[in-house]
Design a protein around this ligand. Structure first.
Ligand code: NAD
Ligand code: GDU
Length: 324
């Protein structure tokens, strides 16, 4: 049984991935400082350590003690608007934090590394095209820049220390476990699907569409929404790939299906049968018109095909939220 350590494993994507890795037979260790994560999200089968991964001593001790063979680095700060206001906080957590993690990983001779990156590093460069991994990146905010720098750090560290890596560029992650056992626990989420569902559930007065004058058919932004459980499965396949000797590479993770903000809102109204109170507001700064994945590489090399539809993404998040 191989042992994987997941940093940020008490967070949204990390906790869903931990469950999937355990189901696939991996031993999983979680290292999380609970700054935005929740201990209750961590599957009971995992071994949990509350620590800041920038604490070299504590992190290194866990790698030794648990005989970790691979690290999945999910920990990080993730809010684009906050990164514009506090860029140094983002470079501190996402760049210096990664630097500390890589230092210990290299020192301990760990040869398998996986990293959570983002489609937002493509910026506006995928207008009206499906981004491939070789599409030129153009980060438009400190969060995306921090992830781009992180990708380059991993590349150069792997060249020096013969560490194999998989970098995943996630598109728009949403949804919850289909049995409502886990989902996004962020207190005041800003992302589209939770914002719509919180309004449908009467927990917010109105759902704001941030701009309807974009260069798209209905004027609202187009994105590629991927179910968090499909994403979790990709991580398991990525780990299998690394443990089978797979070479270092980058994969886009998206469905290749684009939906506008209005289409997502209409779909949510239709499947829940609840009318949505909508208001058209100003554009949110830094939003590209169009972001869509070409995920052919993950399909070919990992045999990864997303299984969940937009309806299931919305419905699962709705059922998860309805409980609280
Ligand atoms: N959610 C998305 O739409 C999205 C999209 C693209 C990429 N990502 C990336 O995926 C990763 C996970 O995102 P998420 O949505 O699950 O966010 P999240 O905030 O739910 O999870 C991040 C986790 O990292 C932990 N953490 C943060 N700093 C830490 C530190 N120094 N030491 C230990 N633990 C620390 C937090 O407590 C939290 O549990 C992030 O790296 C993010 O940039 C997320
Ligand atoms: O209340 C809301 C919330 C969002 N939107 C719109 O919905 C779309 C999606 O917005 P999200 O905030 O859900 O997601 P982003 O596309 O801004 O970014 C997300 O997806 C990116 C990849 O495409 C990165 O992964 C990034 O980390 C992650 O936050 C955008 O056009 C946004 O303006 C609204 O109209 N109203």
């Amino acid at each position: 049984m191989h042992t994987i350590l997941v940093t940020g494993g008490a967070g949204y994507i990390g906790s869903h991935t931990v469950k999937r890795l355990l189901d696939a037979g991996y031993k999983v260790i979680v290292a999380d400082d609970l700054s935005t994560g929740h201990a209750s999200a961590v599957d009971k089968r995992a071994v949990f350590y509350q620590l800041d991964v920038r604490d070299n001593q504590a992190f290194g001790n866990v790698l030794d003690q648990e005989q970790v063979e691979a690290v999945l680095h999910c920990a990080g700060k993730i809010v684009v608007s906050e990164s514009v206001k506090e860029p140094l906080k983002y470079f501190h957590h996402n760049v210096s934090g990664l630097n500390e993690v890589l230092k210990v990983v290299a020192e301990k001779g760990i040869k398998k590394f996986m990293f959570s990156s983002t489609a937002s590093i493509y910026g506006n460069n995928c207008f009206n095209i499906k981004a491939v991994e070789t599409t030129q990146v153009a980060p438009t905010n400190p969060y995306a820049a921090s992830k781009h720098i992180g990708e380059q750090m991993i590349h150069w560290v792997s060249e020096r220390y013969q560490m194999n890596y998989v970098i995943f560029r996630y598109f728009n992650v949403a949804g919850a476990e289909m049995d409502a056992s886990n989902g996004l626990r962020t207190e005041n989420p800003t992302h589209l699907v939770p914002s719509i569902n919180l309004t449908l559930l009467g927990k917010r007065p109105v759902f704001e569409i941030f701009g309807d004058d974009y260069q798209t058919a209905d004027g609202t932004c187009i994105r590629d929404y991927i179910h968090v459980c499909d994403l979790a499965r990709a991580h398991q396949l990525g780990m299998d790939y690394l443990f089978n000797g797979g070479q270092s590479t980058v994969f886009n993770l998206g469905t290749e299906q684009g939906y506008s903000v209005k289409q997502v809102a209409d779909t949510a109204e239709r499947i829940t049968g609840i009318p949505l109170n909508v208001k058209i507001s100003e554009r949110r700064s830094g939003d590209p018109d169009f972001v869509l994945a070409n995920a052919g590489k993950a399909r070919e090399r990992l045999d990864w095909v997303p299984e969940h539809s937009l309806e299931e993404i919305i419905q699962s998040d709705f059922h998860w939220r309805k409980q609280f």
